[in-house]
Design a protein around this ligand. Structure first.
Ligand code: MSP
Length: 622
């Protein structure tokens, strides 16, 4: 019986545009799955989409379509990207599928029957625009609109019951949360009392979700739905052989942003439902755009599709796997991409192939020479191959992807050096047999190097293997066929001319540096002087003041979070500056029309005022 290996990626929000972060986790899972398959494991690789929730419901409403239809139309964007990236998944799960709905309901009922789900009333401040409960501090920040007090009944999962059991599990299983610093982070989090988890939303607020089996007025909310995908796919509930074969999963790959949900919510849910815990959860870091977080608002998200179009899929996979130290953040820059491509792929790997094949064509009529080089140097290459295979496997087992790739490249570089030293182009005239041996040894080494890199670059490595007629995928010295006529091959990795590339973040940055806005953006903000006519404290909100102001002819009311720094009397008569065209908001039930400017270093705060008698209220501020 083959050893099994079950690996998962997070399921991605269907509404998101697939970006380099999603591509990264999925490629990583694909590379690990391919390594395991090639080392004889029976592999199950799961990825998919997280489809329920408010955002999807809203997006569908805006388009005037049913949420299911909306999801059906969004899902292909991910499927297309996975196809372009050569992702060989075994299952692509979507949480709106009936098979998933029934497993979620089954687990919810079990947890409910165990007494771990209870009903409670929650009262708090609710932001209608954000569709979520917010803290008092958030309400006072003025960043949230349409705030109201809301009392709502919901269902809660007794996560707190499992706190100690989870701590014990993590301590007893050092591999459960990886890397080690993430494990410590989780243990640190578990030092404070664990709160119970709200798992429902009333249908009056959200109906695009999975109905609670014990109260049909509610749907599950976010994590109780999403996390369960990992057991739906291998067939939980039908209690079939598939589930027994694959569960518990070997590794849940996740980004560091969803560490708590996976290593605290998920195991406690499983404990309550009486299901075995996954063997490990591995949290990788984030891809940054240079030094900055990638975000829609900064417009610096790297689009995997344009990269693939320009450079091909394998270099993208290679760069992402080689450049990130698993567990830490990594910086994506076009400069480092091009450097990596030109030095590792075009120079080291690609050149070795063209050198070896050209020499075999020239001196041996394109026929693979029959025997290896038996000199010390030749033997050394063979030994290096054996040790590279071992080292790469060790790196993959310990999730050191970048080191594994570097080992393969070191090996290829060593073969380049061997070629330099042996100079078969010179030897060919004096001693063709020895020259042939050198070229066969180099060809065999290239075959081994290509097999080691194949999980990372399944396409281009195939060209090398095909050129030499390698039929076996076994990563073992001696797999070349005798008496084989070399096939022609295209240039493996044409060099990139950095000046000609169209995907060039360096240029964009020069034209439009990060954090810089255009004058027309600034022009959209209408700043005006305003005179404070009246001011009073807002009852029940320590930080808020309600001001009546005059902006030219117009009288307005604004609410401002400055009560800790100013008493109402200090403000009356002051000429302040307001953002006059800000959309009105309701703060603490009070209409606020505009925002007052203030300077703050978090400890002190000073409102911006205008001195000078000539300036009247309603004057424009530039
Ligand atoms: N739907 C949830 C996960 C539920 S899993 C049961 C979710 N989805 S997501 O679409 O936001 O994608 C999350 C994952 O995308 C992250 O955990 C991470 O794997 C990946 N990344 C998104 N942006 C990233 C970077 N900039 N860098 C690396 N990976 C990041 O959360």
């Amino acid at each position: 019986m083959k050893q099994t290996y079950y690996i998962t990626t997070p399921i991605y929000y269907v509404n998101d545009n697939p970006h380099i972060g999603h591509a990264y986790t999925t490629i990583l899972a694909d590379v690990l799955a391919r390594f395991k398959r090639s080392s004889g494991h029976d592999v199950y690789f799961l990825t998919g989409l997280d489809e329920h929730g408010q955002k999807v419901q809203q997006a569908a409403e805006q388009r005037g379509v049913d949420p299911q239809q909306h999801c059906d139309e969004m899902a292909p964007r991910f499927l297309e990207l996975w196809q372009k990236l050569h992702i060989q998944y075994d299952d692509f799960i979507r949480t709106s599928e009936p098979r998933h709905v029934s497993v979620v309901q089954d687990v919810l009922q079990t947890v409910f029957d165990n007494g771990d789900i209870y009903e409670d009333e929650y009262e708090g401040l609710y932001s209608v625009s954000e569709e979520r409960f917010i803290t008092e501090k958030e309400a006072e920040s003025g960043e949230f609109r349409d705030i109201k007090k809301l009392k709502e009944k919901n269902y809660f999962f007794r996560m707190s019951n499992y706190q100690q059991k989870l701590i014990d599990h993590i301590n007893a299983n050092p591999e459960f949360v990886q890397p080690n610093h993430r494990k410590n982070e989780v243990l640190g989090f578990l030092k404070q009392p664990l709160e119970d988890l709200c798992i429902s939303r009333p249908k009056s607020r959200l109906n695009w979700g999975i109905e609670l089996p014990f109260d049909t007025d509610y749907v599950t909310y976010v994590w109780f739905d999403a996390l369960i995908n990992y057991i739906t796919s291998p067939g939980y509930a039908s209690n079939n052989a598939g589930f027994k074969k694959w569960w518990p999963a070997d590794v849940h790959l996740i980004g560091k942003d969803i560490l708590t949900t996976h290593s605290v919510y998920w195991p406690t849910m499983l404990m309550s439902a009486g299901i075995a815990l996954p063997k490990s959860i591995f949290a990788h870091g984030w891809w940054l755009s240079g030094e900055t977080k990638m975000s829609k608002s900064l417009g610096n998200i790297v689009d995997p599709l344009s990269l693939i179009e320009e450079y091909g899929v394998d270099p993208v996979r290679y760069y992402l796997m080689r450049e990130m130290v698993l567990g830490q953040d990594a910086a994506f820059t076009m400069e480092s991409f091009i450097k990596r491509y030109n030095s590792d792929l075009a120079n080291d790997y690609g050149n070795l192939l063209s050198r070896v094949t050209k020499l075999i064509q020239k001196f041996f009529d394109g026929k693979l020479p029959p025997a290896d080089d038996e000199s010390d140097e030749g033997k050394h290459v063979k030994e290096s191959a054996v040790s590279a295979i071992q080292k790469v496997n060790g790196c993959i087992d310990s999730m050191k992807m970048n080191e594994g790739i570097e080992e393969s490249l070191q090996f290829i570089r060593a073969v380049n050096k061997y070629m330099e030293k042996m100079a078969p182009w010179k030897l060919a005239k004096e001693n063709p047999k020895v020259a042939g041996g050198v070229l066969r040894t180099a060809a065999e080494a290239l075959r081994i190097g290509s097999l080691l890199l194949k999980p990372v670059m399944p396409n281009r490595t195939e060209i090398v293997l095909d050129t030499f007629g390698s039929i076996s995928d076994e990563v073992k010295w001696g797999g070349l066929t005798d008496d084989f006529a070399l096939k022609d091959h295209e240039i493996l990795f044409p060099r990139i001319d950095a000046k000609k590339t169209t995907v060039n973040d360096a240029k964009e940055k020069k034209d439009n540096p990060e954090g810089v806005i255009l004058y027309e953006d600034f022009e959209k903000v209408e700043l005006q002087t305003a005179k404070v006519l009246e001011a009073e404290k807002v009852e029940g909100a320590d930080r808020l003041l309600k001001l009546q102001i005059e902006v030219g002819e117009e009288k307005r009311q604004i609410v401002s979070g400055i009560a800790e720094y100013y008493s109402p009397e200090d403000l009356i008569g002051k000429m302040v500056i307001v953002v006059a065209n800000l959309k009105p908001a309701t703060i603490f039930g009070i209409e606020s029309h505009g925002m007052l400017l203030a300077a703050s270093n978090k400890k002190e705060l000073s409102i911006v005022t205008v001195a000078g008698d000539g300036i009247i209220s309603g004057s424009k501020v530039y």
